[in-house]
Design a protein around this ligand. Structure first.
Ligand code: ADP
Ligand code: PHD
Length: 569
């Protein structure tokens, strides 16, 4: 009998495990028992248990017959990370918040978590501001940049209030000051330096938190993601994670755990460029992506992202305070929602979770008992109509109408040629609507650091298009995305257009993508917020869902707390 241990990392590859078992079996003879485990487990983890590895075949460690079953049980218990828990800046804004988060983690003794942390509070924004000021302030003044003082004060105060030694971050704070002086001397802040600069936020928060857990008697180990195998492209400020990351991270976290178990506390948001070997970042809000990447790498049961809201809400609570939590979402819905502007999740973060088929739970660290939102591959859509409304502002729209010098075929082909310019500029096309002789599309820079389109570049695109079309460049537009069951699109559109007609708003473009979860409407920026509020009232507050036969009615009962965040009752 072969005992095939499904280790995290191998858990998603049963055929590979079986193949290894078969290979080991043929070496030992059929009647031998053996354990098939990851070769990533260091030899000492077997030795520590007094187990003799008879042979190592690929990823299989082969043990003596009678040892196989107990070894399997012991190892399974030992390597079983169960969840990844990610806490964002809003959950870690102060020493009190760190205490609360530690308490929250310890309140799940049955879990063996991997913890991913963002920078404390608004530290990333402050680091960016400090960097920009350093460019023009002159080297002697770099130490006096107010944001540097805010960052120092927050971290040192937190350390003091948690009763830790200042040496946990003092070295990093000195280094940060030196870096700002360097930027001031050079009078430039490249994307590469900017990534290095913001990395101080996560490097400090994780060191403080790990030290605090250790002080509480819960053994924890801090990790910088760029040192444990998070390998990315060299697209500074918006890097993509490469496939090699998954086995590398699994090997490092498992190996260390087997050697000396301690809760891993990993920096979110950061990686290491594959060619440059420099620190990269994954785009704003990228710690969500770090968490889902670890979830997939380790084959965990669940990925939890802890925020300051009761889950994904029916709209941005800053736009409309009556937003209510959405209990279930699919990965596609969540990705679409994030892509179209809902700040609550990083747009790329659903990909590893979907690939690994690992549920993502969005929870509120300020209100831990609220059920949150569970995001899975599929859900029952038969009763679903509208799930959430998302607003993306400051969008640029291009209206391109053929001058009819070209036939329809030639017109579209020419347009597509010109659109390749967008790719070169890193500008994504969000929505497209076409008629026989015209195309309308909305543009958004995919680089999340800066939402300003470069006028000069746009003028160039318009110039090219004007060779065969009349072009209108319309700025300051908003996309309202209705995320929901597009099988019920007539119902959604009927209701939405009724609302917008009553408000006297003219929709300038409609796009229903192939994604089947999103209908996008383009309006003026000045109308965007009010439209979202009116649509929210109509769909979620006036009994509309319960009037429609068989529709799911979202649970109401959210209220605002003093921070302006939504708490469930
Ligand atoms: N549809 C939405 N649902 C929930 N929160 C949203 C939504 N749209 C925007 N938000 C904003 O996203 C914030 C949470 O995301 P974020 O600030 O990235 O959290 P964290 O820093 O904890 O990771 C909320 O405080 C809320 O203001
Ligand atoms: N600190 C980074 C990464 C991040 O994910 O932050 P948060 O989890 O607080 O959104 C940022 O502000 O972009």
């Amino acid at each position: 009998m072969a005992v095939a241990l499904r280790f995290p990392g191998l858990a998603r590859e049963p055929p590979a495990v079986l193949a290894i078992c078969a290979a080991a079996s043929s070496k030992l003879g059929r009647d031998q028992d053996f354990v098939c485990a990851s070769a990533r487990l260091p030899a000492q983890c077997w030795r520590r248990r007094g187990l003799v590895v008879r042979c190592q075949t690929g990823a299989a460690a082969v043990l003596r017959n009678e040892e196989a079953t107990p070894a399997a049980a012991a190892l399974k218990a030992d390597t079983g990370f169960t969840v990844v828990m990610k806490f964002g800046g809003s959950s870690l804004a102060s020493a009190d918040r760190m205490k609360e988060v530690a308490d929250l983690i310890l309140s799940f003794p049955e879990e063996t978590p991997v913890i991913v942390l963002s920078a404390m509070g608004k530290t990333t924004n402050n680091l960016l501001l400090a960097g920009e000021k350093a460019v023009s302030c002159g080297a002697p003044k770099a130490s006096e940049i107010p944001e540097l003082a805010v960052i120092k004060d927050l971290h040192l105060r937190t350390i003091d209030e948690l009763g830790l030694d200042r040496s946990v971050v003092s070295g990093l704070l000195d280094e940060l000051e030196q870096l700002l002086k360097g930027v001031a001397m050079m009078k430039e802040l490249t994307h590469r330096t900017r990534d290095y600069l913001v990395s101080f936020g996560e490097c400090m928060s994780t060191r403080i938190f790990a030290a605090y857990l250790n002080k509480l008697g819960k053994k924890a180990r801090q990790y910088d993601a760029f040192d444990i195998g998070f390998i990315t492209t060299d697209d500074f400020t918006n890097a993509d994670i490469l496939e090699v990351t998954y086995p590398a991270v699994a090997k490092r976290l498992h190996g260390d755990w087997m050697d000396d178990p301690a809760i891993p506390i990993v920096t979110g948001f950061l990686g290491k460029g594959c060619k440059s070997c420099a620190v990269t970042t994954l785009g704003r809000g990228g710690s969500d992506l770090t968490a889902t990447t670890i979830g997939k790498a380790l084959g965990l049961r669940e990925i939890q992202v802890w925020k300051d809201v009761d889950g994904v809400l029916t709209c941005d609570p800053n736009i409309y305070a009556k937003a209510i939590p959405v209990p279930y979402l699919t990965f596609d819905e969540a990705a679409e929602l994030a892509y179209f502007g809902a700040q609550v999740l990083h747009p790329q973060s659903m990909r590893p979770a979907r690939d690994g088929d690992i549920p993502v739970r969005v929870k509120n660290s300020y209100n831990r008992h609220a059920p949150g939102t569970v995001i899975t591959k599929a859900r029952d859509m038969s009763k679903s109509i509208l799930t959430s409304i998302v607003l993306k502002s400051n969008v640029t729209m291009l209206d391109i109408v053929s001058t009819r010098m070209l036939g329809q075929y030639g017109f579209l082909a020419k347009c597509v040629q010109v659109f390749s310019i967008f790719e070169d500029l890193g500008i994504s096309v969000d929505c497209v609507a076409t008629s026989e002789v015209s195309i309308s599309l909305t543009l958004d820079p995919s680089k999340l650091w800066s939402r300003e389109l470069i006028q000069q570049e746009l003028d160039h695109v318009v110039e090219e298009l004007e060779k065969f079309a009349v072009v209108h460049l319309l700025q300051r537009r908003s996309i309202i995305s209705l995320i929901g069951n597009v099988q019920r699109s007539s119902l959604i559109l009927e209701k939405a257009f009724n609302v917008l007609r009553r408000k006297g708003v003219n929709v300038q473009m409609i796009s229903q993508g192939a994604s089947k979860v999103n209908i996008s409407l383009v309006v003026n920026d000045s109308e965007g917020k009010e439209c979202v509020q009116a649509l929210h009232s109509a769909f979620f507050e006036n009994g509309f869902m319960s009037e429609v036969e068989g529709a799911d009615v979202p649970q109401n009962g959210a209220s605002l707390n003093s921070n302006g965040t939504i708490y469930g009752n």
